[in-house]
Design a protein around this ligand. Structure first.
Ligand code: UD1
Ligand code: CA
Length: 492
């Protein structure tokens, strides 16, 4: 991985609204591969070595703040009025009291920016010539929209001119400001109060700091990014989709380089916090999100979505949806399994076709092969659950548990009415409704006795099938036997 810079502060600007997104939510919470854009930026800053991360929030502040509720290294500061990027940084350094060291400033809507790029920018700022710090630049054939970075002969940046303030001559200059800076915090703090809003947009431009610092004898040095695609901002839904595609490719290429196979990488979507072992194959329609981990030699997909799920080695997970499930080694899931939070499938177990499992342990080598719902249940080892078996775990008010001991055999279409315990080495007859605990080694059977009614086929049907027998007038009009009539009424 990239070299880690020791201890600097990152300020991430995320107060903007993002009108082009046409959304009820702030721009930076829109997701790239299942992770909000601003979290990508926070992660990159953290990986590059930021020990303190300050996020400037404004529009939809609650939604942005909520993303970092569990992150002790991230603090959010409120910019109540959007008066420009310079104002946003001023609010950050004053509220979070950032007065020394280096401060990396970046935007919350550039999810593709790599930690290694940030780390290089910070490293470059350590050069004694960069008294004010460094700023990231790129060159575009069409630089329209970006601030233009002007340099002196000493290679230091002396001014940034925003697009809207450019003369036609200046607009031809194609060295662009990426909006990513590594400032000397002390210098930033000294001069930020001198920013004014005397420009075409009447905003406090952070970019004016470059000129202030140059004139103070503490200039900033431009640092050109090799791959300008990293700076792609996602301002609209179309750009967001493009960012997803770019990130998909980046992650999939990395996984394939590490020994993961994909039949068609365009149809595989893997989030940033997913780990996958060698010789695992991902088939089309696979989405692996959140903190999902997959071991070695697994076959995942097609049509499989795993979120915050752990899968061991040598598993087959076919057409499966799983959320917060734990799957051991040599486990087979699907096709069409639904594993809900707390589903634990131990080594060698199986959750087969049209099987739903919630908050339950399926013990080693136990099998739930077909058409079952297993909820709030603890199953031992070597248990076979017959097709159509259901744990009736909910009585309309409370969820109740079921336990099934080792080596038990549950017949097909059994209803286990919880709370109920089935011991080990038990057999339950097919079609039983089990309401009482079943002791170890016993057979339990609950069903009404089968009735057989002979000669049931109605006479008219019999007539169609067989040639009409020679019968007397008397027999023809005789009433049906009493037994037959009774059965007919019962079955209605
Ligand atoms: C900015 C730079 C420009 C650069 C471009 C790169 C300035 C004045 N210009 O322009 O030189 O080429 O980035 O993308 O800085 N924000 C706040 N609070 C505010 C204003 C903005 O948090 O009061 C946030 C926005 O949410 C956004 C970021 O700062 O994430 C950039 O602001 P924006 O106004 O979009 O700047 P640009 O016009 O893109
Ligand atoms: Ca029954």
């Amino acid at each position: 991985m990239e070299a880690i810079q020791s201890g600097f502060t990152a300020v991430i600007l995320a107060a903007g609204e993002g009108t082009r997104m046409k959304s009820a939510h702030p721009k930076v919470v829109h997701e790239v591969l299942g992770q909000p854009m601003v979290c990508w930026v926070v992660d990159a800053a953290r990986k590059a070595g930021a020990t303190r991360i300050v996020v400037v929030v404004g529009n939809g502040a609650d939604e942005v703040e909520a993303l970092f509720a569990g992150s002790p290294d991230v603090e959010c500061v409120m910019q109540s009025e959007r008066l420009g990027t310079g104002h946003a940084v001023k609010v950050a350094i004053e509220s979070a009291r950032i007065f020394d060291g280096r401060v990396l400033v970046l935007c919350g809507d550039t999810p593709l920016l790599k930690a290694s790029t940030l780390s290089s920018l910070v490293k470059a700022a350590a050069d004694p010539s960069c008294k004010g710090g460094t700023l990231l630049t790129m060159t575009y054939d069409d630089p329209t929209g970006y601030g233009r970075v002007m340099c002196k002969n000493d290679m230091m940046a002396y001014r940034i001119i925003e697009q809207k303030d450019c003369t036609p001559e200046q607009a031809k200059w194609n060295v662009c400001n990426a909006g990513v800076y590594c400032f000397d915090a002390q210098q930033l703090h000294i001069h930020i109060g001198d920013l004014t809003c005397s420009n075409s947009q009447h905003e406090f431009y952070l970019t004016d700091m470059i000129e202030l610092l140059y004139n103070a004898g503490t200039p900033m040095k431009p640092f050109r990014i090799p791959d300008a695609d990293e700076l792609m901002g996602a301002n609209s839904r179309i750009q967001l989709a493009e960012a997803n595609k770019t990130m998909q490719k980046r992650i999939n290429n990395q996984l394939m380089a590490q020994g993961v196979s994909m039949l068609d990488p365009d149809q595989v979507w893997v989030g940033p916090n997913v780990t996958i072992g060698k010789d695992t194959m991902l088939l089309p329609g696979t989405m692996l999100m959140g903190y999902t981990s997959i071991g070695t030699e697994c076959l995942i997909g097609p049509q499989t979505r795993l979120t915050n799920t752990k899968v061991g080695d040598f598993c087959t997970v076919d057409e499966t949806v799983a959320d917060q499930a734990t799957i051991g080694n040599y486990v087979s899931c699907g096709p069409r399994a639904y594993l809900r939070p707390g589903a634990v499938l131990m080594d060698g177990s199986k959750a087969g076709t049209h099987v739903e499992i919630k908050k339950s342990v399926i013990g080693p080598k136990s099998k739930v092969p077909h058409l079952s719902y297993i909820g709030d249940c603890t199953i031992g080892s070597n248990v076979n659950i017959g097709a159509g078996t259901i744990t009736c775990n909910y009585n309309g008010k409370f969820k109740n548990p079921t336990t099934i001991g080792d080596n038990s055999f549950i017949g097909s279409d059994t209803m286990l009415v919880a709370p109920v315990n089935v011991g080990s080495d038990c057999t339950i007859g097919a079609g039983s409704v089990i309401t009482k605990d079943v002791p170890n080694g016993s057979l339990s059977l609950e069903r009404t006795e089968q009735r057989i009614v002979e000669g049931w086929l109605p006479r008219w049907a019999r007539k169609e099938r067989e040639p009409e027998p020679e019968v007397s007038q008397e027999q023809e009009t005789a009433p049906a036997p009493a037994e037959e009539n009774k059965s007919e009424t019962m079955s209605e």
